[in-house]
Design a protein around this ligand. Structure first.
Ligand code: MLT
Ligand code: MN
Ligand code: ZN
Length: 300
């Protein structure tokens, strides 16, 4: 399997259009620091076959910037686009509207995510005049067995009941936010993608320890970062994102058991790690962890 990292930023991207924090200012000064919204393209053994993990507001530029994701010379257009969603957050779903030129969009989502997109965002009503939207249930680990997408086995681990703000009235459900486990039945590799990890659980620890590649929530470096940077009165974990460092941090939890390929993604623009010179990078490297770089291709 091949994982193409299409973007590595949290909602807003880096720089965020309305923000002049040190991270956004640094990215304007040094374009190499810019980050698009986090998402992946995942290929099985057939390089022409792939699916997206999340459809970000940047999706069209993300597809265009990877030659292997552009329409093939022997097809006038990319016929079908397949999208697997980890949640219903705007930074992970707005790209579905941008994909309306597809001749068909196939979406794998959990029940609450699908319901939010249909009833709150009216995705089905809006896209119907443009392209068919085909829904598939995203199977949960241990339930009905994996979905086969682009020749890969895909299942989800429920992580949290945190709903998007626009769906606050929707019912609670443990599968509002999930980690995606992708297993290659031919090559044998397994990846785990969790851009929003609200709490550390035994189930998540087990999946992480068994993965060959982990792409993990790196929204905030510290638990008090949202408050210190003035973006929220809540803590990082209170916003649904375990911090990387500190007593609650995912880095300490992973220390000693992190897969050899472990990357933080979904970085918020307040995260000091958006500066490549930040000493936090060395602290993570000592634990075998690193921050994902835009456009990295990981082969498993
Ligand atoms: C999140 O990752 O917590 C959300 O995308 C935040 C938001 O933009 O509302
Ligand atoms: Mn987000
Ligand atoms: Zn900023």
């Amino acid at each position: 399997m091949l994982l193409r990292i299409l973007g590595t930023a949290a909602g807003g991207g880096l720089p965020q259009w309305n923000c002049a924090c040190p991270g956004c200012t640094g990215a304007r000064r040094e374009p190499a620091r810019r980050r698009l919204h986090d998402g992946l393209a995942v290929h099985g053994t057939d390089p022409a076959s792939w699916f997206l993990a999340n459809a970000t507001p940047d999706v069209a530029e993300q597809l265009e910037s990877h030659p292997d994701l552009r329409p093939r010379a022997d097809h006038a257009r990319t016929p079908v686009v397949r999208v697997v969603l980890t949640d219903a957050e705007l930074d992970h779903v707005l790209g579905l509207f941008r994909l309306r030129e597809a001749s068909r969009i196939e979406v794998w989502a959990t029940v609450p995510v699908r319901r939010a997109l249909l009833s709150q965002l009216r995705l089905g009503t809006v896209l119907a005049p443009y392209t068919p939207l085909i829904w598939h249930d995203l199977p949960l680990i241990g339930e009905s067995g994996p979905a086969t997408i682009a020749g890969l086995d895909v299942e989800a681990l429920p992580l949290s009941a945190k709903r998007p703000r626009y769906a606050a009235d929707e019912p609670a459900d443990p599968a509002w936010s999930v980690a995606l486990r992708v297993h290659d039945p031919h090559g044998g590799g397994t990846s785990l993608y969790a851009p929003a990890l609200a709490a550390w659980s035994d189930a998540f620890a087990k999946e992480a320890a068994q993965a060959d590649c982990l792409l993990l929530d790196g929204t905030f470096l510290a638990e008090d970062e949202p408050r210190r940077s003035g973006i929220s009165e809540r803590s990082a974990s209170g916003m649904g994102h375990l911090p990387i460092e500190g007593p609650l941090g995912s880095a300490g939890r992973l220390s000693g058991s992190a897969p050899a390929l472990s990357y933080y993604t979904h970085l918020n623009n307040t995260n000091p790690l958006t500066d490549p010179g930040d000493p936090g990078h060395e602290r993570l490297a000592r634990l075998g962890l690193r921050v994902a770089v835009e456009r990295t291709v990981i082969s498993l």
